[in-house]
Design a protein. Structure first.
Length: 426
């Protein structure tokens, strides 16, 4: 961004507005460096050194947040947009908006309520009239995480005063959690193969219960659920290729659930032919589906990974055996999957119903052990914690005198928390 444009913007900013901009930039610039900022030019210089002005969208967000939309006209026609993502944190904007909307009465009440959690000296230094960026009370910011327990927030209160002068800024939300803003959240595709006519494969009784549970749970989570039933191998490939060609600009997450028989590193179509797991993922790589880049792509596969049965061993100290579903109602979904994902394909998760070379089980009345437990647990925690809990619960059971342990394989780069939401029709 050219210096003349930045100088014109600086001329229009008051000292309190520069202070507000400094506060909003505290997630992307070093705290000690921000303390040296005297005017807008100093701030813009630091942002430029971090290459944060190569995309004018970041500066636009800053100006919009401090309600100086009148300055946006100065940015028009400046220089082309880049593909870099803005770093302005929703959490930081929330704090700023709270400050702007807070009355003196509310401010005094908040100071009183924090009296037992924060040192009195820090509290006394806080005044409502101080510029937001220089308020000592900004050191009260808890290291928030999405959906954190409010009762534990007081334990995470800490002061910036002891921070090392050379510490790098911490992008709590952007570095650790995938951003979820879209409504609907995205597409959940369910491929449900029940009836088979090739390869000598049996029909999969009970799979309709899995489809019903997936529809219910992912619908609650704000996904548009699409179901494709009884697809051949060619049909599976075609549906996934078509899905990969869509635009995912207005989506945060993609979910694909496949309920079928399988074999080593593949699943079966209803014609008994194989579809490799790599072929199922390929339409959604960053190269093939650029609007899905850096967004989580979740695959849940209900299928065996081999013909072996997992055996259990008695733990020490021994404990009573967990009671699983009745023996007579269980069937196998024989077939395995790849041992690993392609390393360069980031932000994928492949949630397998069982480990390599072993069978998984399906109740002919209530559905598969893995999918049913997944649907019970999905609303409870971040995704990887949820899958760990699914592993524990499924592995407790006894299925035809055998055990089953699901296996997640992933290249996710952040945590993912899915919460219930109501889809708004646009």
């Amino acid at each position: 961004m050219d210096r003349l444009t930045l100088a014109r913007i600086d001329d229009e900013l008051g000292s309190s507005e520069v202070a507000a901009l400094c506060f909003l930039c505290r997630d992307v610039l070093n705290k000690k460096a921000l303390e040296t900022v005297k005017d807008g030019k100093d701030l813009f210089k630091q942002l430029d050194e971090k290459d944060l002005l190569s995309n004018r969208q970041f500066l636009s967000q800053l100006l919009e947040t401090i309600k100086r939309v009148d300055l946006l006209s100065l940015l028009e026609g400046d220089e082309p947009q880049t593909d870099s993502s803005p770093f302005l944190s929703d959490y930081r904007v929330m704090l700023y908006n709270l400050y702007e909307d807070m009355t003196e009465t509310h401010f005094k009440k908040m100071k009183f309520l924090l009296g037992d959690s924060v040192g009195r000296g820090q509290i006394e230094l806080c005044t409502r009239d101080s510029p937001v960026a220089s308020l000592p009370c900004t050191s009260l910011e808890p290291e928030m995480r999405p959906h954190s327990d409010p009762s534990s927030s007081s334990q995470s209160l800490s002061s910036d005063a002891d921070a090392d002068a050379n510490e790098e800024p911490v992008f709590h939300e952007h570095q650790e959690y995938y951003t979820l803003r879209c409504n609907p959240r995205g597409t959940c595709l369910v491929i449900n193969n029940e009836h088979f006519f090739g390869g000598g494969l049996k029909d999969r009784s009970g799979t309709q219960q899995d489809e019903k549970s997936l529809r219910r749970v992912f619908g609650k989570l704000g996904f548009q659920v699409e179901v494709r039933s009884d697809l051949t191998a060619g049909g599976i490939r075609s549906v996934l290729e078509d899905l990969g060609k869509r635009s995912f600009v207005a989506a945060d997450v993609l979910v694909v659930c496949v309920l079928s028989h399988g074999d080593k590193e593949c699943v079966f179509g209803t014609d008994g032919l194989k579809v490799a797991l790599g072929d199922m993922q390929r339409p959604f790589t960053s190269e093939r589906a650029p609007t899905l880049a850096a967004k989580p792509k979740l695959f849940f596969i209900q299928a065996c990974q081999g013909s072996n049965l997992q055996r259990g061993s008695v733990p020490c100290p021994p404990r009573p055996q967990e009671q699983g579903p009745s023996r007579g109602s269980l069937e196998e979904d024989a077939g395995p999957l790849p041992a690993e994902l392609v390393a360069e394909d980031a932000d994928f998760l492949m949630g397998m119903s069982t480990v390599q070379d072993c069978k998984s089980f399906r109740n002919t009345s209530t559905g598969s052990i893995f999918i049913q437990e997944l649907c019970r647990q999905l609303l409870t925690d971040d995704l990887l914690s949820t899958l760990t809990r699914v592993n524990r619960e499924v592995s407790k059971g006894d299925y035809l005198n055998s055990k089953q342990t699901p296996q997640p394989m992933y290249t996710l780069t952040k945590k993912l928390v899915l919460t219930e939401m109501t889809i708004v029709e646009h």
